[in-house]
Design a protein around this ligand. Structure first.
Ligand code: ASP
Ligand code: MG
Length: 432
């Protein structure tokens, strides 16, 4: 049985969390073949801020941010290993000085390239500490550098995997000892660092599982599984126990922050089940994603906030026909945007997009030359899988619907945020 475990940032956020992880592994009847690990806590966000500071002109801001990262990681090392054992602290210091050198070297390079050189240090640091700690407590493991295993093309920040090369390299690892590998990062065959996209560690686990033809993947989170709505936003959300790859992909596509959307395809291809369990309640029944889903028809609710609606109309009273749609979607692709909802009419195309200023503004600028635009900001998009009409009516009551879309399986409604509750309630009714 080849199992791959993935632990996210929350499960290793400090020394106490790492100790807990060690106990969890020591007490577990299954020892994973590979452990995929994210950066500690919010380190990746801190590295993004460090990168911005490095590219800016405020040297002291940059120094402070680097020092904060250093303090965080060294405090964890000290809490775990004490002040006597300096070997781990030395490795952490060496990584931090590489990180610093990298900023000097790449601060004027193309941003995406600089980003991929910088951002993976969170995972290099966390795996160094966790690997050493597990060895210390008798859970023998080998630390591996993902940049020598996960081989990708050079599409920075969203690299595409070279499956053949990656498989070959992963299969060459010893199957006798547990391996620890950084999530989220890879490199080109020429050794240039790449990343797989934010929150990409889940995808890393799927890549490794696919290439090793694993029997299962376990993603350990701070919630006991997948829910039919975000439990922080819906006060009566319930856990989904069995869902199919297809349904999970639909939920991820609609923005459910369950697992990285790219994770499921490589698993489905090899029929590798994915379990989502909580490191806080490891004995609770997990959610299982596999071919078979008992919960596939259960209504599920996904909120996407900070949405923008653009109503796009040709200036000359002509039709919003295919050539015009082709033009608009071409700009959308160039801007790196994804339409969360598409609606339209004879002389109008409406797009609901994430309010991602760096991407949105160039797109709006391109549109403004040829089209009349009406823009609504600060919107909330509610998507519902398998809704009943009664549920839809209940969830829309008292709120203006700015745009909507429905098909046999999914309904979407766009509201003003100001008209939405802080905490939602799933209406009673079928499976309510
Ligand atoms: N550390 C990376 C991020 O925060 C990857 C991950 O956690 O999955 O995006
Ligand atoms: Mg994460």
């Amino acid at each position: 049985m080849t199992t791959i475990f993935k632990f996210g940032g929350a499960s290793i956020k400090d020394a106490e969390a790492i100790r807990h992880l060690g106990k969890l592994l020591a007490g577990s009847h299954e020892r994973p073949q590979v452990l995929i690990i994210s950066a500690m806590g919010k380190t990746t966000n801190a590295l993004e801020a460090l990168l911005a500071a490095a590219r800016g002109s405020d040297e002291s801001d940059y120094r402070q941010r680097l020092q904060a990262l250093r303090n965080d990681h060294l405090a964890t090392v000290e809490a775990l290993f004490g002040t006597q054992d300096n070997a781990v602290a030395e490795r952490v210091e060496a990584l931090l000085s590489d990180l610093d050198a990298c900023q000097r070297k790449y601060r004027d390079a193309e941003r995406a390239h600089h980003y991929d050189r910088t951002i993976g240090f969170g995972e290099l640091l966390s795996t160094t500490i966790v690997s050493a700690w597990l060895n210390e407590i008798g859970i023998d493991n080998d630390w591996h550098d993902a940049r020598q295993l996960i081989i990708t093309d050079a599409t920075h920040q969203a690299a595409n995997v070279d499956w053949a090369e990656t498989s070959q390299r992963l299969q060459a690892l010893s199957s006798k000892r547990m391996g620890i590998i950084q999530g989220f990062i890879g490199a080109t065959a020429a050794g240039e660092s790449t990343t797989l996209g934010r929150e990409g560690s889940d995808f890393s686990a799927a890549i490794v599982a696919h290439c090793l033809d694993a029997s299962e993947v376990v993603i350990w989170k701070d919630v006991p599984g997948l829910f039919n709505a975000d439990p922080r936003r819906f006060d009566n959300a319930r856990q989904l126990m069995q869902i199919s790859y297809d349904e999970a992909i639909e939920l991820a596509w609609l923005g459910a922050k369950v697992i990285h959307p790219k994770t499921l395809a490589p698993l489905r291809e090899r029929q590798i089940p994915l379990k989502v369990r909580s490191f806080k309640t490891p004995d609770a029944a997990p959610s299982v994603i596999s071919e078979q889903g008992d919960d596939d028809a259960t209504p599920a609710y996904i909120l996407a906030e900070e949405q923008v609606l653009l109503d796009i109309q040709p200036q000359d009273f002509s039709f919003m026909d295919e050539p015009r749609q082709h033009q608009v979607f071409g700009w959308l692709v160039d801007a790196g945007l994804h339409a969360n909802l598409i609606d339209g009419g004879a002389m109008r195309l409406s797009l609901c997009l994430d309010a991602h200023p760096a991407r949105l503004e160039p797109f709006v600028e391109a549109l403004a030359a040829d089209y009349d635009l009406t823009r609504h900001d600060d919107l909330t998009l509610l998507s519902i899988r398998h809704p009943t009409q009664a549920q839809l009516d209940a969830l829309s009551a008292g709120r203006e619907v700015l745009a909507q879309r429905s098909n046999a399986f999914t309904a979407q409604r766009l509201f003003r945020r100001g008209e939405c509750p802080e905490t939602w309630r799933i209406p009673d009714g079928r499976d309510g």
